[in-house]
Write a protein that binds this ligand. Structure first.
Ligand code: ZN
Ligand code: ZN
Ligand code: ZN
Length: 793
């Protein structure tokens, strides 16, 4: 093909004549859409046009970039071919459209000013880690930006977090208040310079500055504030460091006392903390890394990667207690590189500066107020952060990278939808909230907003929504929310829709999970959806979470579910897995007041008796089919995990316990999930009973089987149970595509066993990659469901 293989190409009909006259002059208009602003696209095109001896022009507009080129047909064709093949590393081309224009007789190639016309569809680029060229300058004593904490170029630097609105130009960013010095301006204006139109371009003379202040706000006089901060970190202090998308709290990760001090002040005792190290080599010392994990660590998004930690790696045990993984990542801002330029700094805890699930702090004053009791000192700067954005979290799941938290480096890049949708807003769920705006074939997911449990979080939600609506000029006509009537996101959505007279669509939680997987893979359905999750509100008002759904985008039928058990104490059973275990054991017909059982649960006979009475009388004991809660219950029994400090802690520890165990083999301990009832013709779902699994598991414990082996067998039996259910669904509905989703898909062992088991039985398996299978991906699924419903009307 002559032209790039994306987008419409009105010229393709006339190509024969173009081919016949290779030397004939030609003028072509080319529109490129995608992430093409703020990523060095115009200087790249300028260079390309110059190399191909072409005249013409290029400008940013709200649709992307518009190029006009004039020269011989051969050169014009070569230009278009190279445009896609050689595009700059941070760009993403979604489409290239070209059309023939009358000759204009230009003699040179020019870069013209941005136009602010029409509707916005061009993405703001996401924030990108310091590039190799900038890093070299940062550490070069002869360079004029030696140790300058804010250097950047068109290939790197902050973008989304400093942008007010598109088009992405300096006056629209928080760099507007820093007029460039003559030297920076000259770089900015030179199309052949690496800093041509690098919007955050700055230097010691003209740009933002760093200073250190104590927790009471007084500036600590220091010739080099970074060097002073390093001394204090090495001395065991907690330092709040202003970064790209918010503040971090940092301590020396090798110091047990410093890490404990941070945990105590942050009131966060169990949740693993992320650790930043100098480079890949240093990361290899802490963790066993596969080549894929190394590649992931090194992408311009520089996400946190959950990797297997090495024994005796020098990191304080309080960093990630009880689990064999460590969240590790590399510096992505010049200020962070400066910290690691000191060879004594080996590993730093760098965790979001907030109290538990509050939004990350971004504003200097806000940080002083909220973090005054946590940080011993503050490493501040005066470049305003306009968008809160946490670090992204990824893991290699079943051989492919999976986004666990989609934030810095990924937001606000769009995720494609399989078909066009009118403008809509999907508000997501409750925990780990992320909303999505959608229009056309694009969904724009917000950054991770945390748990929507209080006013602070709701304000962050509203603030981000306003910003993204403004940025992408999307005025929703429809609002989509979760079926749960009690979610703050649902009540807000209803109020907002009423206030603005908008259409309202409710989507069942586990349907949204599967729809997200379907939309990511452009599956039309119906498919068999395995939605294995913590909790979500079901159409029968019960708490679902272990669902086999026959799923279309615009609707679903429930084919099978983990048989209901009681959650004694409701929400309390999530925080205290021993309650969940009691609910499960009771449902399996086991006497929970038996002393052997109470011992396993680390409780008393009286306690068990009280809970049993609650279950029998149905007092504050909702029913659940949750798969996540089954994991909690097993962890409570096998590991005596009574309480959790963070979501899914028990399940994560159970997976960790089995990490070195081989998959299920012939020496199976015989844990079974029994499929009961079900009549597809009458849409009666199958109940998946785990009673036999519990009998087997208790016998193993009695026989003294190693707990790691029990944990591994349990994972295997859950996978087997769902493979069996999928086979039943295939018999009933003649389907062979299976979509996997829900929070349990973060469990690597379960995800792998399910895929392997399903493929062995001849199924085609789809897993999520660019959208989280957890609740962070819900809004994307909600948007896909709503788009399908609106399309079918
Ligand atoms: Zn750079
Ligand atoms: Zn300057
Ligand atoms: Zn969920």
């Amino acid at each position: 093909m002559l032209y790039c293989d994306v987008g419409d190409d009105p010229l393709s009909e006339s190509t024969p004549s173009v081919l016949q006259s290779n030397q004939a002059p030609q003028r072509l208009g080319v529109t490129v859409r995608g992430v093409v602003q703020g990523v060095g696209f115009r200087p790249f095109v300028y260079r390309l046009a110059t190399e191909e001896n072409l005249a013409g022009r290029i400008g940013n507009d709200t649709d992307g970039v518009t190029i006009e080129i004039e020269g011989t047909a051969a050169h014009v064709q070569a230009f278009v071919a190279r445009l896609k093949a050689e595009a700059p590393p941070l760009s993403r081309i979604d489409s290239i459209e070209s059309r023939e224009l009358p000759l204009a007789g230009d003699t040179s190639f020019r870069i013209v000013a941005s136009e602010v016309l029409g509707r916005a569809s061009t993405g703001i680029p996401s924030d990108a880690a310091t590039c190799a060229d900038c890093l070299r300058e940062l550490l070069d004593p002869r360079d004029r930006r030696f140790r300058y904490p804010f250097l950047n170029c068109t290939n790197c630097g902050p973008r989304f977090t400093i942008t007010r609105r598109i088009p992405y130009d300096r006056p629209q960013t928080s760099m507007a208040v820093f007029p460039m010095c003559a030297e920076c301006q000259a770089e900015y204006d030179d199309p052949l310079n690496r800093r041509f139109h690098a919007q955050p371009n700055a230097c010691w003379k003209c740009g933002p500055r760093v200073w250190l202040e104590s927790s009471d706000g007084t500036v600590i006089e220091a010739a080099d504030p970074v060097a002073t901060a390093i001394e204090r970190l090495l001395g065991g202090d907690v330092i709040a460091i202003k970064g790209i998308g918010g503040f971090h709290l940092s301590v020396d990760a090798t110091s047990e006392t410093a890490v404990s001090r941070l945990r105590q002040r942050k009131h966060r005792y169990g949740k693993p903390l992320a650790v930043m190290v100098r480079d890949l080599e240093a990361a290899r010392v802490l963790c066993v890394l596969t080549p894929q994990e190394e590649a992931l660590l090194h992408t311009p998004a520089r996400p946190i990667v959950l990797a297997r930690s090495r024994a005796n790696n020098g990191v304080a045990s309080a960093v990630a207690p009880g689990i064999p993984w460590l969240g590790v990542y590399l510096p992505y801002a010049p200020l962070q590189h400066l910290l690691f330029a000191d060879p004594r700094v080996r590993a730093l805890v760098m965790t979001s500066a907030n109290l538990s699930e509050e939004p990350i702090a971004i504003d200097n004053e806000e940080a002083r107020v909220r973090l005054g009791n946590i940080g011993d000192a503050f490493l501040m700067h005066d470049r305003e952060i306009l968008q809160r954005c946490d670090d992204s979290v990824t893991a290699l799941v079943d051989g492919t990278p999976q986004l666990i938290r989609r934030a810095r480096g990924f937001v606000p890049l769009s995720v494609p939808l399989p078909f066009e949708t009118p403008p809509l807003l999907a508000v997501g769920g409750h925990l780990k909230n992320v909303f999505a705006l959608a229009r056309g074939k694009h969904a724009y997911q917000s950054q991770h907003l945390g748990d929507l449990e209080n006013l602070t979080a709701l304000n962050f939600f509203k603030e981000s929504l306003q910003h993204l609506m403004h940025t992408f000029e999307i005025e929703p006509e429809t609002v989509v929310h979760d079926l749960h009537p009690g979610y703050l996101s649902s009540t807000w959505a209803k109020d907002w829709a009423a206030e603005h007279g908008l259409r309202l669509i409710a989507v069942q939680h586990h349907h949204a999970h599967i729809a997200a997987c379907m939309a990511e893979h452009a599956l039309g359905g119906p498919v068999i959806g395995l939605s294995l999750d913590g909790t979500g509100y079901g159409t029968d008002g019960r708490i679902w979470g272990g669902e086999v759904l026959i799923c279309r985008l615009d609707g679903f039928d429930r084919f099978a579910y983990l048989d209901y058990v009681s959650m004694p104490g409701g929400e309390a059973a999530i925080r205290e897995p021993w309650r969940m275990a009691l609910g499960h054991l009771h449902a399996a017909g086991i006497d929970v007041t038996d002393s052997k059982i109470t011992k396993l649960l680390g409780g008393t006979e009286h306690e068990s008796r009280v809970l049993r009475r609650m279950i029998e009388r149905g007092v504050n004991t909702p029913f659940t089919s949750s798969c996540g809660r089954l994991f909690d219950a097993v962890a409570a029994v096998v590991m005596c995990r009574r309480e959790v400090d963070y979501e899914a802690q028990a399940a994560i520890e159970l997976e960790g316990l089995a990490v070195d165990e081989p998959d299920r083999d012939n020496a199976s301990l015989g844990y079974e999930i029994d499929l009961q009832g079900g009549d597809w013709a009458r849409r009666e779902p199958i109940r998946m009973s785990v009673a036999p699994l519990w009998q087997g598991l208790l016998k193993s414990l009695q026989d003294g089987v190693d707990s790691a082996r029990i944990a591994a067998e349990f994972h295997g039996s859950v996978a087997d149970g769902y493979v069996k259910a999928a086979e039943k669904a295939r018999e009933a509905c003649s389907l062979r595509q299976v979509a996997l989703s829900g929070g349990c898909m973060h469990n690597r062992r379960l995800a792998r066993l399910l895929r392997v088991g399903l493929e062995r039985e001849g199924f085609e398996v789809f897993q999520q990659r660019s959208v989280s299978p957890g609740d962070g991906g819900l809004s994307y699924g909600q948007a896909a469901v709503a788009a399908a419903i609106l399309r079918s009307e």
